[in-house]
Ligand binder design. Structure first.
Ligand code: FRU
Length: 721
């Protein structure tokens, strides 16, 4: 009893000194005013007063208290200056503050000066590209300067990357702020599939190492919640049942609840609400938890479509690149499986493709089963191309002989591979920046393991080299005529070129052409190995739909069928929704044959729907103008201008033999509008108001006759058939 009391008192004494009762904290500055008050600036970096959060051009700033903070990002990283406090007396044992930004103890720092001499220095955490603008708590023990007069000086003398500093909430206190522990750990004997990890968005990330029976398997950067999390990230540990998994955090505040609150479970926390979250796209794929960007490894294998994707399982923003995995039998209903490849000593798992090696050229097949081979970028330094394989489409093994393509130049990435029948070789298109020009390198291989450089694109006839990131390359018939087939090379922004390919070299026949005409569509890829009896070229893009407040972020577009159609200017890509989407139609409303007059009754007045597909075929004539309203979004077509507008974003959409056919899909996070038989595809992130379910169509001029007008109420794709 006595010893217990003694230990308790000792602990208290360590936290509260001197004496047992802590004096009140003394606020030095909270930077909530419109100017710096009696603090003095030099230079321009600190601006006229405290920043209100993130400044223009800055990554998102988090972790400050109240509304204002010191930021030396005024005029960007290039500006310099200092901010100096008035003199104050040191009256408490500690000075605590929040700090973020650059990590340079001379150039981006906060100094404590006593008697004109720097006695303490603090910096932000960042000294390389990437990182976080978040401010984190820090403190100095200043007991030895009790009673002395001091000055704080915030310094920004750096001009390059991370050439700024963020500071807030400076106070004197007798309470020792919690210390950061190095390599805090918790062990789990694995009996269940997941460890649910508490996540707080925007806090500084920590390096979390997953060790299995003492061996480090993977390191992730995770923003751990101390206290109430924003959401829980399930770490899939199913493969390690019966083993001991240790999570080790490089730096953790000694008062943090992050490790102690991790929940082992067979389900992911929040599963009862899964796919019913208010901002969950209902017919657009999004990951259960975390962030997605590019679709990867789109492939048809053993009767299933596979969608792999760039996945951050442990963050709401980009990072920790894994390949997520989902499968579908119809392109519409997706089942998410666990991640298949995780960051390793070669780096994070960046984008790439998948092929079925049906001839087992790689030798990676087993028991007569052909392998499904993933070809991906391991984006470390150097940045290399690697492969992984599976015979069941579920478990993937990285190839022991990786990498299969060495670095050409830093940042080379995004291999897309296909089998070229005429030359009986695998071909890889790879994005490579060469002498500041974006190029595509073509490699060939007999076996997916040994690759030889075959050719390099010379860039767009414009000379700018438009082919940035995530190339895709495929052959398409023109107007269905295989004898007139052409090759199409696409880039991440969906611009493309049409030309010919001899198995070695691509010859472009046009200047670059625009792909999609909307916003928030990127890094699309087409499926490999779709059976010849189907013969379609199907594409999915990353749909950049931000979902604030949700435990997931971003999505995929609906699957699109690509074709080449002859136009007077040459063959052009068309993008149309795949026919499988019709499976989502619930109640349908048809108003074929109506003619709309200006100010006439709205034929769609009786229809209300949350998830919508609208189809309209009409002859607007030269003067006709028509406007559709779908849950607050405005989609207009002008016959005079032959122009489509989606929420004010205007794009050319030619009439086809005097007619226009529009298809509009509306989900909880975005619109996808198709016009001119697929020549104008307009994806558009958009969040309708939950209670606005109205649809309308109005003629702005002339009498417009609708050959077809259909509104379909869609059912959620997460309701499995
Ligand atoms: C495109 C991209 C790719 C890269 C991946 C990393 O969005 O930058 O080039 O492989 O994202 O997540």
């Amino acid at each position: 009893m006595k010893t217990l009391l003694k230990t308790t008192l000792l602990c208290l004494a360590a936290l509260v000194a001197p004496g047992l009762r802590a004096a009140e904290d003394i606020l030095i500055a909270d930077f909530e005013g419109t100017n710096y008050g009696s603090w003095k600036t030099t230079g321009e970096a600190f601006g006229p007063g405290p920043a209100r959060g993130t400044l223009p051009g800055q990554m998102r700033v988090d972790g400050f208290k109240g509304r204002g903070l010191v930021s030396s990002f005024h005029k960007g990283d290039g500006s310099t200056g200092t901010l100096t406090s008035p003199e104050f007396q040191i009256d408490r044992k500690f000075i605590s503050f929040l700090i973020g930004g650059g990590k340079d103890a001379e150039k981006t720092c906060m100094n404590l000066l006593v008697e004109g001499k720097v006695v303490r220095v603090a910096t932000g955490p960042n000294d390389r590209p990437g990182g976080s603008e978040a401010l984190a708590p820090d403190a100095w023990d200043v007991g030895e300067f009790a009673g002395k007069t001091a000055v704080l000086q915030i310094v920004d003398q750096a001009k390059g990357g991370w050439g700024h500093i963020n500071v807030d909430q400076i106070a004197q206190s007798d309470r020792r702020p919690p210390r950061l522990m190095a390599n805090a750990k918790r062990e789990f004997k694995i009996g269940q599939r997941y460890l649910n990890i508490p996540i707080k968005n925007g806090v500084p990330t920590r390096k979390v190492t997953t060790l299995v029976d003492g061996r480090a398997e993977v390191v992730n950067d995770i923003g751990l919640a101390n206290g109430e999390p924003d959401w829980w990230a399930p770490m899939d540990v199913g493969a390690w049942r019966g083993k001991t998994v240790t999570l080790q955090v490089d730096k953790l505040s000694e008062d943090s609840t992050a490790l102690s609150s991790i929940v082992p479970s067979d389900t992911i926390k929040g599963a009862e609400n899964l796919y019913r979250e208010p901002l969950r796209g209902q017919f657009h794929f999004s990951p259960q938890r975390g962030w997605n960007n590019d679709p990867n490894g789109l492939v048809w294998f053993n009767g299933e479509y596979h969608l792999f994707f760039q996945h951050n399982p442990y963050g709401w923003g980009w990072g920790n690149m894994h390949w997520g995995h989902a499968v579908s039998r119809d392109l519409i209903h997706w089942e998410e499986l666990g991640d298949v490849i995780a960051p390793d000593s070669f780096g994070p798992m960046f984008s790439g493709s998948a092929v079925v090696d049906s001839r087992n050229t790689s030798g990676l097949g087993k028991d007569g089963k052909p392998p499904l081979v993933l070809i991906y970028t391991a984006a470390g330094n150097p940045s290399v191309q690697c492969i992984a394989s599976s015979t069941d489409g579920r478990t993937f093994t990285k190839y022991a002989g990786n990498p299969v393509v060495k670095q050409v130049t830093g940042g080379n990435r995004d291999p897309k591979v296909f089998w070229h029948g005429p030359t009986r070789k695998w071909v890889m298109v790879l994005y490579v920046e060469l002498k500041k020009v974006h190029t595509i390198h073509f490699f060939t291989s007999p076996n997916l393991r040994d690759w030889t450089l075959a050719s390099i694109t010379e860039g767009d006839p414009d000379g700018k080299g438009f082919l940035f990131e995530c190339p895709d390359f495929f052959e398409l018939p023109v107007d269905g005529d295989a004898a007139k087939a052409k090759w199409v090379l696409t880039a991440a922004n969906s611009e493309y070129a049409v030309g010919t390919f001899d198995g070695v070299r691509f010859t472009m026949e046009h200047k670059k052409l625009p792909g999609h005409r909307g916003r928030g569509f990127y890094a699309a890829q087409t499926f490999s190995d779709i059976p010849a009896r189907d013969g379609r070229r199907i594409q999915i893009g990353w749909f950049q739909t931000e979902t604030k407040g949700m435990p997931f972020n971003q999505a995929m577009t609906i699957p699109l069928e690509l074709k080449l159609t002859a136009t007077p200017e040459g063959p052009r890509l068309t993008m149309n929704p795949v026919r499988e989407l019709a499976a989502l139609r619930g109640k349908s409303h048809r108003f074929d044959g109506v003619t709309l007059q200006v100010g006439g009754a709205n034929p769609l007045a009786g229809v209300s729907a949350e998830l919508v597909e609208l189809q309209a075929e009409f002859e607007p004539g030269d003067a006709g103008e028509v406007t559709f309203t779908v849950r607050g979004a405005t989609i207009g077509y002008s016959g005079a201008r032959q122009e489509l507008s989606v929420n004010g974003h205007r794009v050319p959409a030619p009439l086809r033999a005097g007619q226009q056919r529009l298809t509009i899909f509306c989900d909880r996070t975005g619109l996808e509008v198709f016009a001119s038989d697929g020549l104008a595809y307009v994806p558009m992130p958009f969040q309708p108001k939950a209670d606005d379910l109205a649809l309308a169509v109005q003629a702005k001029s002339g009498g417009i006759r609708f050959i077809r007008l259909e509104a379909h109420e869609l059912i959620s794709a997460w309701n499995r058939p």
